[in-house]
Design a protein. Structure first.
Length: 225
């Protein structure tokens, strides 16, 4: 008996596992190692983000095992988890804006806009993934976008641990530049295989908006000196 034809995106579970590991490594010093010192909004954001990454891994694994009916049933959890994740993200952003410390006063407003653009991008990518749920190529890529959005903040926090990064601005742009490079590879690979590339173009646009916002912050700071 011949084996079934190869399943598309068979390695996707490992891709999401790598994203989760990058997130855990990046957020370990500032969050995981200081759980007792962290406020409730950040806990809510961290827990819902972790739960979302685990759900992506589980869903990709179910497809890898050809358990499509179970994939659909488990996927209903997203209808609860996505609103919780977005609400937690908004709560954390509001808390950051209300904080009275030098970092929040200096970077808070523009970081808030960047965070809000990421939350909006997450919501749009998820909505499009649901719209294209019967088209595996579009659905898989839009779901991947929701996971890749963890990379810029994670890599920005990881950069000072492994690179000679000496400022918040350098860390911020390093995280986004690395994610943009990964996104460019994904766009090129999709183009070469004649598969949908607009989902990753959406991701690239979101990253460009966040970097442009931060660049304006840097220029404003230079102008005030």
């Amino acid at each position: 008996m011949s084996s079934p034809h190869p399943l598309p995106y068979a390695r996707t579970p490992w891709f999401f596992v790598l994203l989760l590991l990058a997130g855990l490594a990046g957020f370990y010093p500032s969050y995981l190692a200081r759980l007792g010192e962290t406020d409730l909004p950040r806990h809510a954001h961290g827990v819902t983000a972790f739960a979302w990454m685990v759900l992506l891994i589980v869903q990709a694994t179910l497809i890898r095992l050809r358990l499509r009916p179970l994939h659909r049933r488990v996927g209903r959890l997203a209808l609860v988890l996505v609103p919780l994740f977005l609400a937690a993200g908004l709560w954390m952003t509001w808390t950051m804006l209300q904080a009275d410390n030098p970092f929040s006063r200096r970077f808070g407003p523009r970081l808030a806009v960047a965070d809000l653009s990421s939350l909006l991008g997450f919501a749009v990518a998820f909505a499009l993934a649901m719209k294209h749920r019967r088209d595996i190529h579009h659905h898989a890529r839009y779901m991947a976008v929701t996971g890749i959005l963890i990379l810029p903040p994670a890599l920005a926090r990881l950069a000072p641990q492994v690179l000679p990064v000496t400022s918040f601005e350098m860390a911020f742009h390093t995280g986004y530049a690395a994610t943009e490079a990964i996104t460019a590879v994904l766009i090129a690979a999709s183009w070469r295989r004649r598969q949908p590339w607009p989902p990753f173009a959406l991701l690239m646009a979101l990253q460009g908006v966040s970097q442009a916002i931060k660049a304006c912050d840097v220029l404003r700071g230079e102008g005030e000196r």
